[in-house]
Design a protein around this ligand. Structure first.
Ligand code: RIB
Ligand code: CA
Length: 313
């Protein structure tokens, strides 16, 4: 089977960084056509820089990195420095990037790539707010049917919210973009908090990254050491939840995950529940299924894959 062609749309973010490292370490499974940065965890000028920092950490400076939208489609930007630190990549001290940022806007790169590659052969792996994706769909509706699949980290049902009582951060930041995406008709796989909160970097798992004794392994251990504070304090978790690596791991080893094909709608009207993913997990409506909503994973298998692959870098 040839490697899956993907575009990684991202707002690094320590967990985004681990997801990108996993993809770049897996050429037999994944061909990264480009990385598109979006405003989210931190402002765009940092997410586009951090994406390049991660490519250089992986030694993959041939992967083109593009800057996309610097704010949501119809709202003020909300960022998450309280989780990721001022730089968005707090934890390790990594050098400023030397590799260039591409001149082309990320949205135009997404559109051009979907028009150039054979229809149905490009997967969008989305690790942040859906602003770039929805903007591309609005600007060039012809590309929607050319998307092979969207695999995204976002939303929640049983876990409800992490940025508000009812909403997960990526969806909360740009609910209008999420609504456009979930109504697009594209084959969507959702990795919500319900599954990512089961992917916790416990101390033995953090030690396994550090024991790789490679720049990438040590950086991942330092990133997750920093990143776990928020969730430990809020949820009393036994480590950082590796949200975004669930996206690239799903692409490589879907058998590690389980879920249901259900209807998911996005709340955009209410201030109280803005960004909530209203997931019909129990099938109580006749709303048509529009997403595969993942609820569980083999956590040990997930971390074994992560350590093996990141150990290659
Ligand atoms: O809610 C978690 C998600 O929001 C992750 O993608 C994290 O990186 C932030 O973007
Ligand atoms: Ca992210």
């Amino acid at each position: 089977m040839p490697p899956r062609k993907i575009i990684i749309d991202t707002d690094p973010g320590q967990d985004d960084a681990v997801a990108i490292l996993l993809a770049l370490a897996s050429p037999e499974d994944i061909e990264v056509l480009g990385i598109t940065a979006v405003a989210g965890n931190v402002p765009l000028e940092l997410t586009q820089k951090n994406a390049r920092v991660v490519c250089e950490l992986a030694g993959k400076t041939d992967v083109p990195v593009f800057a996309g939208c610097d704010r949501p489609m119809g709202r003020q930007l909300v960022t998450a420095e309280h989780v990721h630190g001022k730089t968005g990549l707090d934890g390790p001290s990594l050098p400023n990037p030397v590799m260039p940022l591409q001149d082309q806007h990320a949205v135009d790169f997404i559109i051009d790539t979907l028009r150039r590659e054979d229809s149905g052969t490009v997967t969008l792996c989305v690790l942040g707010p859906l602003t770039n994706i929805a903007t591309a769909f609005e600007k060039a509706p012809d590309v929607i049917e050319r998307v092979q699949q969207i695999i995204l980290m976002g939303g929640a049902y049983f876990e409800v919210g992490n940025i508000t009582p009812t909403a997960e951060f990526n969806i909360y930041v740009d609910p209008e973009a999420a609504e456009i995406t979930f109504k697009s008709g594209v084959d969507i796989v959702v990795l919500p908090l319900d599954v990512t909160h089961k992917a916790l970097v416990t101390q033995p798992r953090n030690d396994a990254f550090r024991d790789l004794d490679t720049p990438s392994g040590i950086a991942v251990a330092q990133m997750t050491d920093f990143f776990e504070r928020f969730d430990k304090e809020k949820y009393g978790s036994s480590g950082a939840p590796l949200h975004d690596p669930c996206v690239t791991a799903y692409l490589i080893a879907p058998e590690l995950f389980s879920g249901r094909h259900i209807n998911v709608e996005i709340e955009t009207q209410s201030d109280l529940t803005r960004g909530m993913t209203v997931a019909d997990w129990w099938g109580v409506t006749d709303r048509p299924a529009n997403a595969t909503f993942i609820g569980d994973l083999d956590a040990d298998g997930f971390f074994a894959l992560l350590v093996e692959r990141i150990g290659r870098l």
